[in-house]
Design a protein around this ligand. Structure first.
Ligand SMILES: Cc1ncc(COP(=O)(O)O)c(C=O)c1O
Length: 372
């Protein structure tokens, strides 16, 4: 279930942070929502229309296929394909144009190819130390030549940070600033500039005043914060709330006697007689077998009232898991919430990163907005 309330709350916090932390962007910078990887597992078809309703007009995705899917969901949105694609074939460029998609140029050959396509909106990525995609400082001169030789005007300049708030980050910020100043002084002044992901937006940066970026960067690129999380290492003292709760319901209720085992290998053995429930959700759905030791799902009534905690009994199966109550009587159709808006023991135990948590939930689990 996806909480509309949490989503709106997070966007409000992000917008407040954009206005409050203006060292690396203009105070009027807009949010370009990163919704790649099916909106980090929340499903693009749910997230994009909802964010649009909340006033977000720009989105970025990873691949051409995701861009086409985003365009299918919105005829009006500005959509940037960030792309780890290196070999843009003419047919792919045609798809970009047909779907009015913008595209990141991540190396000089792509820049050359893309700037030769009339009307294609290109964002040039500067590699400032992430050492992944983008052009390095020794390539800036050639980039200027390509851009000057093109009839097309560059739409954006961008970079991506490898960390936030530390010396790696500060070095990258400085290099990006140098890059911006270099491009500006060479007459390349694209209308759009952006660099900050969630961590960069929310980290402390008192030492970064008076950047050139703070005058020209007019977009920020959060992803994970929209869903209520921050990168490990950046404390969520801002009140971001998880949007997704992984919810199922108690199915068949059964009983074990002392000594009886439950599930594969009988890894769980009852020390007393008690009821337990079979829940139709397993590791094929994203409930990794490794979570069994630490996960204590929340138990709620069918109407959502909290009834207590549940304990996992034995091995998590492909499509099912068995649970018992610490106390109280289990009832078919009671809700079980594996994770969501309560302290997350699997994140805490380091079994998964916030980015992967909901990405691992299978496609077959429906994502549904609720007004809670
Ligand atoms: C280029 C780029 N920008 C922005 C983001 C958003 O990052 P985050 O989800 O940490 O806010 C990502 C995500 O990995 C990214 O690859």
């Amino acid at each position: 279930m996806l909480s509309r309330k949490a989503s709106r709350h997070n966007l409000a916090i992000l917008r407040r942070q954009v206005r409050a932390s203006t060292q690396l962007h203009r105070a009027d910078a807009k949010i370009m929502a990163i919704v790649k990887a099916d909106a980090y597992g929340h499903h693009l078809s749910c997230v994009l229309p909802e964010l649009e309703r909340q006033g977000v007009k720009e989105f970025a995705v990873a691949s051409l296929a995701e861009g086409v899917e985003a365009r299918r969901l919105s005829s009006k949105a500005e959509i940037l394909v960030l792309g780890g694609t290196f070999d843009w074939k003419p047919a792919m460029i045609r798809v970009l144009r047909e779907n009015r998609l913008k595209v990141a140029a991540n190396d000089l050959p792509s820049l050359k190819k893309m700037m030769s396509v009339d009307g294609l909106k290109v964002h040039l990525k500067l590699d400032t130390g992430m050492n992944r995609l983008g052009i390095s400082p020794h390539e800036w001169g050639e980039a200027i030549q390509i851009l000057k030789a093109s009839r097309n005007k560059l739409d954006g300049l961008m970079t991506h940070y490898a960390s936030a708030g530390d010396s790696i980050f500060v070095n990258q910020v400085r290099l990006f600033d140098e890059g911006l100043i270099w491009f500006w002084s060479n007459g390349v002044r694209p209308p759009i500039v952006h660099s900050e992901n969630s961590a960069a937006l929310f980290c402390r940066k008192p030492h970064l005043r008076e950047t050139f970026a703070s005058q020209v960067a007019n977009r920020v690129r959060p992803g994970i914060a929209l869903h209520g999380y921050l990168t490990k290492g950046v404390k969520n003292t801002f009140g971001l709330r998880p949007v997704l709760e992984l919810v199922s319901e108690l199915g068949i209720i059964k009983r074990v006697e002392p000594g009886d085992g439950i599930s594969y290998g009988h890894l769980y053995r009852a020390s007393r007689s008690h009821d337990y429930a079979v829940v139709p959700l397993g590791y094929a759905d994203g409930l990794s077998k490794s979570y069994a030791q630490v996960l204590s799902p929340e138990w709620r009534s069918p109407s959502g009232h909290k009834k207590g905690q549940l304990l996992i009994c034995g091995a998590i199966c492909m499509d099912m898991v068995m649970v018992r109550a610490k106390r109280g009587k289990l009832k078919t159709k009671d809700r079980i919430v594996f994770w969501g808006r309560f302290p997350n023991s699997i994140l805490h135990a380091g079994l998964v990163e916030p980015y992967e948590l909901n990405l691992r939930i299978a496609k077959r689990i429906p994502r549904v907005w609720v007004n809670e």
